[in-house]
Structure formats: C-alpha cells, structure tokens
Design a protein around this ligand. Structure first.
Ligand SMILES: [Zn+2]
Length: 56
C-alpha cells in the first residue's frame, strides 16, 4: 500500500495523543492511506468509527 505523503503532512499525530485522538487519527488514516495497519488494541473502535461515520 502506498504512503499518502500529502495526508501525513496535514495530519500529524500529536506526541501525547489520547486514546480517542489515536482512534480518530487511525480512522482517518485508514481512509486516506495504507502505510500502517491499525493497532490491534484500538482496531474495534476504529472500525466502528469507519462504519458509523460515513457522511458524504
Ligand atoms: Zn499512512
């Protein structure tokens, strides 16, 4: 899977990201880029966001 440089440039993970921030980041990341797998520990929540949050 390709790295989406533009997306990463505009979506920096905060150094002290909370769990909720990481879940949101990974949900957005999974839509835009495939350079990293979703960490197992937050995967169910990220997938829930991806399914339940499809506006547009
Ligand atoms: Zn990426």
């Amino acid at each position: 899977m390709a790295l989406n440089r533009e997306w990463h440039r505009s979506h920096r993970m905060p150094p002290k990201a909370t769990r909720a921030q990481r879940i949101e980041w990974h949900a957005a990341h999974a839509r835009a880029c495939g350079c990293r797998a979703i960490p197992e520990g937050i995967k169910p929540e990220v997938e829930k966001l991806l399914k339940g949050n499809r506006k547009r």
